[in-house]
Design a protein around this ligand. Structure first.
Ligand code: ADP
Length: 763
C-alpha cells in the first residue's frame, strides 16, 4: 500500500512506471487501503463517467463511493460482498453490471485480494475489473472458432486423458457434449481402426512419455460406424518449469484425400503395370533432355543408366551402336530442336552386351500453353523383324542373282504379256534396254517380237503368244531371234503364268535359251546319223548276206553232195538207178529249199506279200513241232500245245508264218537252255474276236530288253544276228496282225502274235 500511496501522492518515477505498466497491461485495476478507500484506480475507467477517484471515497461506507458505477439492481449484493471481504479479510469476487461511458451497463467481474505486511496484517487491497461480457464474448468467439475450424480439436491431460473435443469432433464421435460425457482415452482408442490401433497406442504412448509432438495417420470411426482417415498432430503446452500442462491436438479428416491418393496410387500402379506388361520401353526426358523416367522393362533390358549419364545424348551415346549413333543422334537432335516427333531405328545394347535393333518414337507432351513439359520416347524391339527383313533382302539378292546368273535369258511380263523385267543376259543378247522401247507404240511385246523374231517365224510366234495370253496356257516354241549383232540364232522360249492364291495370273515368267549351237549340232548329228545308217545298212547287208549265204549254202552243199552221190551211183556198174532216183529227189528238194529261202528274203526286203491261202493254224503248229522235234527231244523240252478246236481257217502265207513260229519257238528253246531245269514250251492258239492269237511261252529268264528286241540286229546271243524278231514283226504286220512280248508272271516270256480272221483290205 505504501507504494500505491506514493502512486497517489508523490508519483515518483518508479511507481509511475509501475502504474503505467499496470494500465497498459491490465486495463482496469484498482487498489485500496486496508479500510477499503481507493488509493488507485485506472484513470481511463472513471474519466468517461465524469468522476474522479476521490469521489469513490466520499463516505465512510467503503462501498458507497462506487455505487454510481454499479447497476442499481446489483449494487446491494456487490456492496455487501465487499464489506464482508473487508471484514473477514477474504478475497473479494463479484459479478455485476458496471456503468459504461455511454451510460449503459455491462457485466463485469470484479476481484480483489488483500495484501499483507510481514506481520500478516492487511495493508491494502489490489483488484481488477474485467469486462465480463467481453470475456464471455471472447470465450464464445473462441468456442465458435474452435468449433468452426474445419478440423477436430482436442485436448489431453499430460497422461493422455481427453479433456476436450471441439463440437466437430464430438459430433464425429457421436458424443453428447464437447466437455461433458467425454469418453476416456480407452474409448478414444477403441474408435481407432483395428488395423491402426496398435500403432496409434504406441505412438501416443511414446509422445506422452517423451513429450515429443505426436503425428499420425489413422482411421477413426465415425458415429455412424464408418471409418475415415484422419491426420492427427498434437503438441504439449508447458509451464515455466517446462512441465507439460496439457496436450493440444488437431485432427484433419483426410479421408477424401487418402481415397484420392489411393485411387491415384492405384491408377499409377495400374499404369505402371500396363507399361511394364506392354512389350515396349518408355523413357521420358524433361525439356532440358534430362532423363526423368525409365520403365521397368527398359531397365531390365538395357540396364540402369550409369551415374555419369546426364542427358539424352549421354544415354544415346552409351547404349546405341557406334555405327548407328551419328544418324540416330542427328535425327533426335533435329526433332528436339524443332519440337517435332521423330523416329529412329538403331541397334541398342542390352544388358548382356548384345546389340538388338529397336525402333524408338519420340513425342513431346505440352502443357495448356503449348510449352513442352516432357519428351516421351517409346521403343520396341524389332530385332526379329529386322532379321526377317535381312533374310528377305538376302533371299531377294539370292533370287536376283539366281535369275541374273542362270545360264538362260529371263524375262518377266505383266498378265497382258508386256515385258516388265529382263535379265542382264537377255538385255545383252538383244542389245537394248527395256526402257529403250517406245511407249508411244503401245505394246512393248509386239515391238520386241517385230524387232527380233525371224520374219519366217514371226507369224507363228505371234499366234502362239496370243493364244497363251488368251487361255493362260504355258507357251513353248523354238524360233530364230536376232542378236544385237544382227545374227539370227535359234532360241527356245518357254513362258508360264504365275498365279495368285485365287488363280488370277499376276505375271508371266519367260525363259529363253540360246539353242543355236544345239540345233546346229542336231542338224549335224542328223546328217551323221543318216550317213551312219547308210554305212550300217551296208554293213548289215554284208552280215545279212553272210547269213543268207549260210542259209542257202546248206541246201546247195546238200545238192552238190547228192549230185556227187548221184554220179557215183550212175558210175557204178551196174548203175544203182534206185539210189540215183532217191538222190535226185533229194537234190530237187534241197534246190527248192534254197530257192524258197532266196524268194522269201526277196519278198521280205521288197515288202511284197505272197499270196495268202486260208489254212488251219493247228496244222502249222504241228508242222513246226515236227520240224523242231529233234531239238526239243534232245533238250527234253516238254511241249504243251493248246489249240482251240473250232478255230477258223485264216488267210496267211504258210511259209512266212511257219518261219515266224519256228523263230519264236527256237528263241524260246534257246532262252531255256541252261536256265530252266525242266524246260517247258507252251504253244496256244485262240480266237479273240476278229483275230486269231497265237502265243509261245517258255520258262526261261524272261525278256531282259523288251524295248529293243524287235530292233534289227539286236541280239544277246554270241552267234545271233538279231534279225529274227525284226523279220517276224515285219511278216506279222504285213499280214495285218501284231507281234509283242510279255513277261510271264511265274517267270519266262510269252511272245504272241495275231492274225486277222479276214483277209486285210488291199492297200
Ligand atoms: P537272235 O535270235 O539272232 O538273237 P532275234 O531277233 O530272234 O535274234 O532275238 C533277239 C533277242 O531277243 C535275242 O537275242 C534274245 O536276247 C531275245 N529273245 C528272243 N526270244 C526270247 C525268249 N523267248 N526269251 C528271252 N529272250 C528272248
Amino acid at each position: 500500500m505504501a507504494m500505491l500511496s506514493e502512486v497517489t501522492g508523490t508519483m515518483s518515477d518508479e511507481p509511475t512506471r509501475a502504474a503505467m505498466m499496470v494500465e497498459a497491461v491490465v486495463g482496469n485495476a484498482w487498489a485500496t487501503d486496508a479500510a477499503g478507500r481507493f488509493v488507485y484506480i485506472t484513470p481511463g475507467m472513471l474519466a468517461p463517467l465524469g468522476i474522479v477517484r476521490e469521489d469513490l471515497n466520499g463516505s465512510d461506507d467503503p462501498a458507497f463511493g462506487w455505487k454510481p458505477l454499479v447497476h442499481p439492481n446489483d449494487y446491494e449484493a456487490a456492496a455487501a460482498s465487499w464489506r464482508q471481504s473487508l471484514r473477514d479479510e477474504r478475497a473479494y469476487d463479484a459479478t455485476h453490471r458496471l456503468r459504461a461511458a455511454d451510460d449503459t451497463f455491462r457485466w463485469g467481474r470484479c476481484s480483489g485480494r488483500p495484501v499483507r505486511d510481514s506481520e500478516n496484517r492487511i495493508v491494502g487491497w489490489y483488484g481488477a475489473v474485467l469486462d465480463w461480457e467481453a470475456i464471455r464474448e471472447r470465450d464464445r468467439e473462441l468456442s465458435q472458432l474452435v468449433d468452426m475450424v474445419p478440423s477436430h480439436v482436442w485436448r489431453l491431460t499430460p497422461d493422455g486423458e481427453p479433456t476436450f473435443f471441439n463440437r466437430r469432433m464430438a459430433d464425429y464421435l457421436g458424443l453428447e457434449s464437447t466437455d461433458t460425457a467425454l469418453g476416456g482415452l480407452a474409448e478414444l482408442i477403441e474408435s481407432v481402426h483395428p488395423d491402426e490401433v496398435c500403432m496409434f497406442r504406441e505412438t501416443l504412448g511414446r509422445s506422452l512419455a517423451s513429450g515429443e509432438p505426436f503425428s499420425l495417420r489413422y482411421r477413426l470411426r465415425r458415429a455412424d460406424g464408418a471409418y475415415r482417415w484422419m491426420s492427427s498432430r498434437a503438441e504439449p503446452l508447458r509451464d515455466h518449469a517446462d512441465c507439460i500442462l496439457q496436450w493440444y491436438g488437431v485432427c484433419h479428416d483426410i479421408d477424401d484425400q487418402v481415397l484420392t491418393e489411393e485411387a491415384l496410387r492405384r491408377s499409377k500402379h495400374q499404369l505402371e503395370q500396363m507399361i511394364d506388361a506392354l512389350p515396349i520401353n518408355i523413357l521420358s526426358f524433361d525439356p532440358a533432355r534430362k532423363l526423368t523416367y525409365a520403365s521397368k522393362r527398359y531397365l531390365s533390358t538395357a540396364g540402369m543408366p550409369g551415374e555419369h549419364i546426364q542427358d539424352f545424348e549421354g544415354l544415346a551415346r552409351e547404349v546405341s551402336h557406334p555405327d548407328d549413333f551419328p544418324t540416330m543422334f542427328n535425327r533426335a537432335s533435329a526433332g528436339f530442336a524443332n519440337s517435332e516427333p521423330f523416329v529412329n531405328r538403331f541397334r541398342r545394347r542390352c544388358m548382356d552386351g548384345v546389340y538388338r535393333w529397336i525402333e524408338a518414337r519420340a513425342q513431346a507432351l505440352r502443357n495448356a500453353n503449348g510449352e513442352i513439359v516432357q519428351w516421351y520416347i517409346v521403343s520396341i524391339d524389332i530385332e526379329e523383324e529386322m532379321q526377317a527383313q535381312e533374310a528377305l533382302r538376302e533371299r531377294e539378292r539370292f533370287v536376283w542373282q539366281l535369275v541374273e546368273t542362270l545360264p538362260a535369258m529371263v524375262d518377266c511380263a505383266s498378265p497382258d504379256g508386256e515385258p516388265v523385267y529382263r535379265s542382264q543376259q537377255l538385255r545383252e543378247f538383244l542389245g537394248y534396254e527395256l526402257e529403250g522401247l517406245l511407249d508411244t507404240n503401245g505394246s512393248r511385246l509386239m515391238q520386241t517380237l517385230d524387232a527380233g523374231v525371224h520374219p519366217d517365224d514371226l507369224a507363228a510366234v505371234k499366234k502362239d503368244y496370243a493364244q497363251c495370253l488368251r487361255t493362260g496356257e504355258p507357251y513353248a516354241r523354238r524360233h530364230r531371234l536376232r542378236r544385237h549383232d544382227c545374227e539370227y540364232r535359234w532360241v527356245e522360249t518357254r513362258a508360264a503364268p504365275m498365279r495368285s492364291a485365287d488363280g488370277a495370273i499376276v505375271q508371266w515368267n519367260v525363259i529363253c535359251l540360246d539353242i543355236d549351237a544345239e540345233v546346229r549340232a542336231q542338224e549335224d548329228l542328223h546328217l551323221a546319223q543318216e550317213r551312219l545308217a547308210r554305212a550300217s545298212q551296208a554293213a548289215s547287208l554284208a552280215e545279212l548276206s553272210a547269213s543268207i549265204a549260210h542259209e542257202v549254202n546248206q541246201p546247195l552243199a546238200a545238192v552238190v553232195w547228192n549230185s556227187h552221190a548221184c554220179q557215183r551211183w550212175l558210175a557204178a556198174s551196174p548203175p544203182n538207178l534206185d539210189r540215183v532216183h532217191v538222190t535226185v529227189e533229194r537234190i530237187i528238194r534241197d534246190a527248192n529249199a534254197a530257192a524258197e529261202v532266196v524268194s522269201r528274203i526277196r519278198a521280205l526286203f521288197k515288202q511284197t506279200v505272197a499270196p495268202h491261202h486260208r489254212a488251219a493254224i493247228a496244222d502249222l503248229i504241228s508242222d513246226v513241232g515236227r520240224l523242231l522235234g529233234d531239238r526239243t527231244s534232245r533238250m527234253r523240252v516238254e511241249i504243251e500245245t493248246d489249240v482251240a478246236a473250232d478255230l477258223p481257217a485264216v488267210p496267211f502265207d504258210f511259209v512266212q508264218i511257219q518261219q515266224v513260229l519256228v523263230n519264236l519257238m527256237r528263241n524260246a528253246i534257246e532262252a531255256m537252255e541252261g536256265h530252266a531245269p525242266k524246260p517247258r514250251l507252251g504253244v496256244r492258239a485262240v480266237c479273240d474276236g476278229e483275230v486269231l492269237r497265237v502265243e509261245v511261252s517258255d520258262n526261261g529268264p524272261g525278256v531282259l530288253y523288251p524295248e529293243k528286241i524287235f530292233d534289227a540286229f539286236f541280239t544277246t546271243k554270241q552267234s545271233g544276228m538279231g534279225m529274227g524278231l525284226a523279220i517276224c514283226r515285219s511278216i506279222i504286220e504285213s499280214h495285218g496282225g501284231r507281234l509283242w512280248a510279255e513277261r510271264n508272271r511265274a517267270g519266262g516270256a510269252t511272245f504272241a502274235f495275231t492274225l486277222p480272221t479276214h483277209a486285210p483290205e488291199p492297200a
